[in-house]
Design a protein around this ligand. Structure first.
Ligand code: SAM
Length: 239
């Protein structure tokens, strides 16, 4: 099923032709989990068994973690060592590794894949772990307004974080806090997000929940694919 999803994918058309062998393997491994058609359990199983994740998504080929940390860095000019951050869709901890280089020290991780979190645990850079999905339902484990900063790189895409979970990101952020979302630009236009992700971002701005302080397009987010960085300041974390 995955092979046919991949070969027919609009997102794959023409992109593999000019890639070197290693980039191609990484691109295909990533495409298998982002091409749609996987349910939540299949997503967990895929990440749990993706042994070469950090080789495939190494810096230079996948620059989302660096872009996310740079966005956090320009959001907080002081007291970085005490700012409470949650890394949503944390995976193996690539984002936190970059955040630590910028001087952030208080970092929690949320991800539904126990094996990915296990690799993150071994790095000793997170203080707390939540092994769960971020979705439309409020997490019973995280209180309203807990974090000064929420970062998420590579967590939005087909079968991953749903548009409806934006409100949950807002709920767990302190008023005045920042939410940073870094994702592949072309995923904004997949069926799951086309009529909901950016429209909801705009709606929450109109509703006074947050203000967009940055929306920038970056090169080489993953291989030659562009990324989009969205940075919001939360005004109210409940309606
Ligand atoms: C491409 S990886 C990105 C990991 C990490 N942020 C990085 O940049 O290396 C996507 C991660 O999203 C997680 N994920 C998938 N669906 C999710 C959801 N609904 N909520 C939170 N995390 C999710 C997966 O388990 C996986 O670890």
């Amino acid at each position: 099923m995955i092979a046919s999803l991949l070969s027919g994918s609009r997102l794959m058309k023409g992109v593999l032709e000019n890639m070197d062998h290693e980039d191609k393997k990484a691109f295909e491994a990533n495409a298998r989990v982002f091409s749609g058609g996987l349910n939540k359990q299949q997503i967990i199983d895929y990440y749990n068994n993706w042994e070469d994740y950090e080789m495939h998504l190494q810096p230079g080929r996948y620059n989302g973690p660096l872009y996310a940390a740079e966005a956090a860095d320009r959001s907080f000019l002081s007291s970085k060592d005490t700012i409470q951050i949650i890394d949503v869709a944390a995976g193996t901890g690539l984002v936190a590794e970059e955040l630590v280089k910028k001087g952030f020290k208080q970092i929690h991780a949320l991800d539904p894949s126990e094996n990915m979190l296990q690799k993150a645990r071994m790095k000793n850079i997170y203080q707390k772990f939540f092994c769960e999905f971020l979705d439309e339902e409020p997490s019973p484990n995280i209180s309203n307004g807990t974090y000064s900063c929420v970062v998420c790189s590579g967590g939005f895409g087909s079968g991953h974080i749903p548009s409806g979970a934006l409100l949950e990101l807002i709920r767990i952020t302190k008023p005045g806090g920042m939410i940073i979302i870094v994702m592949r630009e072309e995923y904004l236009d997949i069926e799951e997000y086309r009529d909901s992700l950016e429209p909801l971002m705009e709606k929450y701005q109109k509703d006074g929940l947050w203000v967009c302080v940055e929306r920038s397009i970056v090169h080489k987010y993953f291989c030659d694919k562009t990324g989009v960085i969205s940075r919001f300041q939360v005004k109210h974390n409940s309606k």
